[in-house]
Design a protein around this ligand. Sequence first.
Ligand code: GTP
Length: 464
Amino acid sequence: MKDNFSVTSSRPAMILAGVLMLLMTIAAALLLPHANQPVISSNLRPVMITAQALNNSIIAYLILLHFYVKRRPATGLLGTAFAFSALMAMYRLLILPGLLPKPYGITPGSHLSVWLWFARLAGFALLIMLAMLCLARQSKRPLSLHQSGSFLLCCLLLTITLIWLAIQILPPYLPDLGRLISDQGDYHALHSSGLLLVLLLCWTGALASVLLATRLRSAFHCWLALCCYGYVLYLVLIFSSSHRLTVGWYASRFFEQFAATVMLGALLFEVFRLQKRLQNSYSQAYETSIRDSLTGLFSRRHFDNVLDAIRHRPPELARPFTVLMADIDHFKRFNDNFGHVQGDNCLRQVAACITQQLRDGDTLARYGGEEFIAILDGCNEPDAMQIAERIRSAVEQLAIPAASDNPAQRAVVTVSIGLYCQPATALPEEHQLIEHADRALYLAKHRGRNQTCLLPGCTVPAGR
Ligand SMILES: Nc1nc2c(ncn2[C@@H]2O[C@H](COP(=O)(O)OP(=O)(O)OP(=O)(O)O)[C@@H](O)[C@H]2O)c(=O)[nH]1
């Protein structure tokens, strides 16, 4: 019973929705005694229906976009419910008196006007119930791309059929509903007709279905339940107001708009959360792509990028830098004696040790195998020698036991280091920089290992 909104934690939303629900109930209870008091104001009906049409269209659009991404049938049906409500509201807007030339405009309280109002609300609630039924029964696997296209087409056909039935087919067969609201906007006959009760049952059913199917597991479901509750209050207030343009009548419209606004807010919040998750995933993927999985150091690709950036910085920012290459001595022997798992541990320890000896602005990467490379930016020859010696001696002091040719001698893991210091000017090609450092490393190995060598040939043997 998972749909695409379930990833959002529901707890804070549940608390906020609960508080809002309480406030809504208190507001409705405070309004009820004044529900029949007339309000002297112009008729805001066109504005309200416009807001209804726009709000519900945007909600339907956002939910259907969600369906397009996650392909969950319940989401598709929920989007259909809001699309149906929006389209019905748009139709009502079109046929408001005065907007289109007679005889198209329908007067408030006429047979068609009452019927369209009823059909929109009942159809909307029933479609939400259908969506919740689908949510309770849908499989964990999302629809395939092809299936989701067909499903969306079915939803579209369902919406068109319902609207066509409501607008064209059913009205002539229905008893005259125009008598339920008098020309003066008296609602007494409507109250006793049972229509309001049917709507109240539909929306209580919609609310119950949301609660049962979702158990308010996600924030979005909390807001959907609150939206249904807003419609229930809307109907309660209509029940309590005896005339159009009374406090109850206006308050009921407010609750209807509020319900839609809550949904809109919830969906926009979902978009924000998705964007945040996308950003986090991107950051994670980027971090993984530039890191070596064994040591956590930067990858060689990232090192190349940093070196490239240093080589191409503007002349006014140019300064000397050093390329440092460090290689664990006799690592093959270490692996052969202690095994690859111990070898990996050794690599991790040496990597961490070298990192500790470097400054924040330096870039250290695993160049491959048991070889490390670093750029010491702004570092001249004396500083580079000092840092390299610090690294060499720190690794030695880790005292990781190493295999030795002479069993009587206690050997520890050591590193050889090659340095190439580049002045701020006359930058060679990138591969040449690395080749120079590699040559220095080769010299360090050749001269007995566990030492630092700086091109063009200055060597600091171990212990100095
Ligand atoms: N455990 C482990 N071993 C690795 C890894 N990558 C490379 N190696 C091993 O590192 C060893 C490198 O050996 P060589 O290139 O011969 O160098 P060396 O034995 O260190 O000798 P010198 O560099 O000349 O001191 C090989 O045995 C590789 O299998 C790794 O990720 N984990």
